[in-house]
Design a protein. Structure first.
Length: 110
């Protein structure tokens, strides 16, 4: 079963810092990043993230910069669905970032 995450800034942390508005997770992996929900996922579970931002995780930590050639994961199809939901888009405002929730393999952790 797929889960469609919507209503957030999904910050890919790729070389262009692309930001998407929809992410689809199937099993433990991201299968789609984009700007609208494809028709193929009409029956999927929808999770509205309330306008927050989403960042990829590396070993339960967020990678916020590429300093010292650090290897960071990216939010993109084929990657593990390990991510954090934070209260603001770090590309627009990186002060006092607050983690709202964490997902490992697409499942919310308590």
């Amino acid at each position: 079963m797929e889960t469609v995450f919507t209503n957030a800034d999904f910050i890919s942390l790729d070389e262009h810092n692309n930001t998407y508005s929809v992410m689809v997770v199937k099993g433990k992996n991201i299968v789609y990043m984009g700007y609208s929900v494809p028709l193929a996922y009409d029956d999927a579970k929808i999770v509205d993230l309330g306008g927050r931002a989403v960042l990829p995780l590396v070993n339960d930590k967020m990678c916020l910069t590429y300093r010292n050639n650090a290897e960071c994961t990216k939010l993109e199809a084929g990657q593990s669905a390990d991510f954090a939901v934070v209260d603001k888009n770090i590309l627009k405002d990186n002060q006092d970032l607050k983690v709202i929730s964490v997902y490992i393999h697409g499942k919310k952790k308590d």
